[in-house]
Design a protein around this ligand. Structure first.
Ligand code: F6P
Length: 364
């Protein structure tokens, strides 16, 4: 018997990234035209599933949005139904609201829910799948740290933005003979710093997977101050020294991941100036990396993911995440998708190529 696809739900969870709208579009259009489904957009991620906020999506709603950044449905990184923050200000309690979310899913008579998100969203999707919800995950994150797929959409756009920033920082750093530290995102994985640092020709790249030594960095920037007379250091927000920890900006129990990182760029610049007397500047790219239009690669990947996720639903394949393996989109179980985090292997080709072209990782 063919699975029912009369009513389908879509939500975007966690931090936004370029390409979310392209996925929403590529599920909604074929769902309306090929399956004659009713498409329900759930607002602000899992928060909307708990609170019951939704809107129907028409063809017109998703027309012209393939190149639009952000998400027309809204998102949240504070709405985990299994540890849902209730209350205001200092009076926050964490409650399990998963039954309420499941009740809404059933009352709305959804045949399947497409959950577009990163690591946190996939963990939540997996728990709901175990409770009997028909759920299919679609992997996004600029960080590219989901192990269940070769690439997440959003990452390519972030790389493009960071590479352009490093190119621009080069000209000003060399003109003023300065050291410019550029801090990029990447909490637990250094894919953005490594990719953008390599393509932008950074001199030093610091990533969470390779803890660095301060002396090693001081030595390199001193040497460069006598030759090239400038240095570009690309540092992931989760990078840390061998004898230290990642720099935490804020802890917020309402968030799916309570720890918000940020500030390592300032620490690196400060320590360099203090120990070498060389002039430093810091640029934190922050949310510029997540905003705006997706690259052509991300639009195409997002479109393939959406269409293939709908096809998986039409086969009755639930409890899975669409995944890119090589050039083909396939599916992996949500269990496998969340098993481990995809981090940079220190002996990977990317690292080897970067080292061979003279880039320092601070581990000398
Ligand atoms: O998961 C993507 C990411 O961009 C991380 O690299 C970063 O730490 C985090 O989101 C910041 O998210 P927000 O500012 O939305 O809390």
């Amino acid at each position: 018997m063919k699975p029912k696809l009369q009513r389908i739900g879509i939500l975007t969870g966690g931090g936004d990234c370029p390409g979310l709208n392209a996925v929403i579009r590529s599920i909604t259009k074929p769902a309306l035209s090929l399956y004659h489904s009713k498409v329900v957009g759930i607002l602000d991620g899992f928060e909307g599933l708990v609170e019951g906020s939704k809107r129907d999506l028409s063809w017109l709603d998703v027309s012209g949005i393939i190149g639009l950044g952000g998400t027309i449905l809204g998102t949240s990184n504070k709405g985990d139904p299994f540890r849902y923050p209730v209350g205001k200000g200092d009076d926050i309690r964490i409650e399990d609201r998963s039954e309420q979310a499941l009740k809404n899913y059933r009352e709305w008579e959804l045949d399947v829910l497409f959950a577009i998100g990163g690591d946190g969203t996939m963990h939540i999707a997996r728990k709901f799948s175990r409770m009997g919800m028909n759920v299919i995950g679609i992997p996004k994150t600029i960080d590219n740290d989901l192990d269940g797929t070769d690439v997440t959409f959003g990452h390519d756009t972030a790389l493009q933005i960071c590479t352009e920033a490093i190119d621009r920082l080069h000209t000003t750093a060399s003109s003023h003979h300065r050291i410019i530290v550029v801090e990029v995102m990447g909490r637990y994985a250094g894919w953005i710093a490594l990719g953008a640092g390599l393509s932008g020709g950074a001199d030093i790249i610091l990533i969470p997977e390779i803890p660095f030594r301060w002396d090693c960095i001081y030595k390199r920037v001193r040497e460069r101050s006598l030759g090239a007379r400038f240095s570009i250091i690309c540092v992931a927000e989760g990078a840390m020294p061998v004898d230290g920890a990642a720099v935490v900006k804020e802890r917020d129990t309402r968030r799916t991941d309570p720890v918000r990182l940020g500030g390592i760029g300032d620490v690196v610049a400060h320590r360099i100036t203090e120990n070498t007397k060389l002039e430093t500047r810091v640029t934190v790219l922050g949310h510029l990396q997540r905003g705006g239009s997706p690259t052509a690669y991300d639009r195409i990947l997002a479109s393939k993911y959406g269409v293939m996720a709908l096809e998986a639903a039409s086969r009755g394949e639930y409890g899975c995440m669409v995944s890119l393996r090589g050039s083909r989109v396939t599916t992996v179980s949500l269990d496998d998708a969340v098993k481990s985090r995809k981090v940079v292997a220190p002996d990977s080709e990317l690292i080897t190529s970067a080292r061979a072209t003279g880039i320092l990782f601070g581990d000398c």
